[in-house]
Ligand binder design. Structure first.
Ligand code: NAD
Ligand code: IPM
Ligand code: MN
Length: 344
């Protein structure tokens, strides 16, 4: 069979070392079956060329089976609103990667800040519209009359497809779905979100759906994370909840994510939840496990379940042996080497 073709965008900061680690592990788990092409698109690339990616960047990526991305952003050199809107966010939208899947559970040996271990959460984040639609503008800039408008856009097609994806995932797991809302304050978009949730619920009688306000579920994720299973949330709510999910699983160095195009009409993209971590970028201590886990999700997406599971087992063996469990203690190469050894 022809190898899977992967477009690799290491990006900025710790995106580079964690991407290298993740691909080394993936290559070892699936020898000879991954063909990678690396693109230097990043903030440095922006400073050199005036663009985060070339004008035809999206068309270039379209020919691949998947995109693997490290992290984008280096706010001291390029404003985040420029770098992220020039690379990461357009890929999610152009490739209709509407389901951003982010698992939150503790790996063996990792002691999260909660001192409790019995949770296994799958957060499904809407990834193409909502609060990230980019609709809006500014007028009277720099004057006392200045106005900034950022309009959240919720379409029936967009809301229905992500909620349906959430119901399907819940059906495959515990049968419990938590739908994240804020309809007590946002009387248009979130009331609409709740209505569509109720409409779909009648099609999934085997799934029990509970609506939680975003503020309440944030508290619940800390106080009783074991009471949650599949969570479905709008773009910004899901963004914030998944950094919280990362925190309870021991830190951002463990949080993986997959930006999925469920219809497979364009490549999906795999990346850790974390960013470029400028505060530690030159120290060699970035935890590569989030990126490695994301690579396992990529192999799973290709249907290579056996290789994906072997990576997860190798990660579990690594943290179970006490390697990579404490943020900032072990070196990136040391953690990677242990995962590679566990694959033998
Ligand atoms: P961040 O995720 O980069 O870092 C937050 C904190 O977590 C930092 O203290 C960092 O050291 C720590 N951390 C993150 N990943 C880690 C890892 N693998 N191992 C150990 N520690 C880790 O978030 P930020 O500081 O808000 O953002 C930095 C830049 O990254 C910004 O430009 C931001 O816009 C961008 N960003 C990009 C992505 C992405 O590309 N998907 C995601 C988040 C932030
Ligand atoms: C994430 C990141 C991005 C987001 C940023 C960098 C635009 O925080 O993937 O969680 O908000 O989606
Ligand atoms: Mn985020």
């Amino acid at each position: 069979m022809a190898p899977y073709r992967i477009a690799v965008i290491p990006g900025d900061g710790i995106g580079l070392p964690v991407t290298e680690a993740a691909l080394e592990v993936a290559q070892k788990a699936l020898p000879g079956k991954l063909e990678t092409t690396t693109f230097p698109w990043s903030c440095d690339h922006y400073l050199q060329t005036g663009r985060m990616m070339p004008e035809d960047g999206i068309e270039t990526l379209r020919g691949f089976d998947a995109v693997f991305l490290g992290a984008v952003g280096w706010p001291k050199k390029v404003p985040d609103a420029v770098s992220l809107h020039g690379l990461l966010l357009p890929i999610r939208k152009a490739f209709v990667q509407y389901a951003n899947i982010r698992p939150h559970r503790l790996l063996p040996g990792v002691e999260g800040p909660l001192r409790k271990s019995g949770f296994d959460i799958l957060c499904i984040r809407e990834n193409t519209e909502g609060e990230y639609s980019g609709a809006g503008g500014r007028v009277h800039q720099g004057t006392p009359n200045e106005v900034a408008v950022e309009t959240a856009i919720f379409t029936r097609a967009g809301v229905e497809r992500i909620l349906r994806f959430g119901f399907e995932q819940a059906r495959k797991r515990s049968g419990r779905l938590a739908s994240v809302t804020k309809s007590n304050a946002q009387k248009h978009s979130m009331v609409f979100w709740d209505e569509v949730t109720r409409e779909l619920a009648s099609e999934y009688p085997d799934v029990s759906v509970t609506q939680y306000h975003i503020d309440a579920i944030a508290a619940r994720m800390v106080m009783a994370p074991e009471s949650l299973d599949v969570i479905v949330a709008s773009n910004l709510f899901g963004d914030i909840l998944t950094d919280l999910g990362a925190a309870i699983q021991g830190g951002l160095g463990f949080a993986a994510s997959a930006n999925i195009n469920p219809g497979r009409t364009a490549p999906s993209m795999f990346e850790p939840v974390h960013g470029s971590a400028p505060d530690i970028a030159h120290l060699g201590i970035a935890n590569p496990l989030a990126a490695i886990w994301s690579a396992a999700m990529m192999l799973q997406h290709f249907g290579e379940s056996e290789a994906a599971n072997r990576i997860l087992e190798a990660m579990e063996e690594t943290t179970g042996a006490g390697i990579g469990t404490v943020p900032g203690r072990d070196r990136t190469e040391q953690i990677t080497a242990r995962v590679l050894a566990a694959l033998d």
